[in-house]
Write a protein that binds this ligand. Sequence first.
Ligand code: HEM
Ligand code: HEM
Length: 226
Amino acid sequence: MKKIIRVWDLPIRLFHWLLLIAIVLSFITVKIGGNAMELHGRVGYCVLTLIVFRICWGFVGSYHARFTNFMPSPTGLFGYLSGKTKAGLGHNPLGALSVLALLLSVGVQAVTGLFANDDIAFEGPFAKYVSNGVVGLMTSIHHANEWVLIALIALHLCAILYYQKFKSENLIKPMLLGDKEIDPSEEAKYLPADLGQASKDGGLQRGFALLLLSLIAVVLGYFITG
Ligand code: HEM
Ligand code: HEM
């Protein structure tokens, strides 16, 4: 019988799919330009809220969401690449690197946006507090990082496709529904300790996540509108 293990709690899954929607919207609004730039900024604040939430959840969230449980060490990474170390149920060491790079790049994009200026009619809410030099620098980083972000997203999608096609591992279903289904024949692929590690995903955990997200949104909203 297959083992069914909750890997991605609801907060992580919602974080992921809302982040995807928000990033697509921020690219669409910037291409429309003009009045849509206001919306670009607002969507950007949502991205910032999501990223700050994800960082906090990486410390206080469920088992597989915690950075300490997937942060790769050089030995772990080389062991995984050479096939000597087994994978855990959450992000594997290589996937973890790409996840951390994605979080960093998205975070940089949202923060630099707060200080950016389009030289027409729209600027981030903090641009007025810093010198023109800083605004110019932040705007340049916002532009350059666009391509880093696009490259990381492309890599992310290629990796998921690779696992699907060449390793017969569907990573998308657990990110949608939360559970990994492990066939007894596949158990040897995973760390034995990890097979007993499910992520907590009950009402209390979800309520706590909602409270945390709301608190972050209120605090960021206070600074952004203040
Ligand atoms: C993660 C969220 C964000 C993404 C993915 C994003 C993406 C982009 C992209 C692709 C551009 C076009 C750059 C170009 O012309 O090549 C842009 C421009 C811009 N963004 Fe964002 N952005 C985000 C967040 C923000 C935020 C929070 C603000 C401010 C409230 C902001 C303010 C601006 C401004 C002012 C420009 C115009 C810069 C210019 O045309 O010189 N962005 N953004
Ligand atoms: C804007 C585009 C996207 C961004 C920025 C993005 C970002 C991320 C991030 C940050 C994670 C780590 C989740 C966490 O632990 O917090 C992740 C994981 C994941 N994403 Fe995305 N994602 C994007 C698009 C997609 C799309 C289109 C799909 C599927 C078709 C997808 C499927 C997945 C899957 C399956 C995982 C889990 C990978 C694993 O098992 O290690 N992502 N993504």
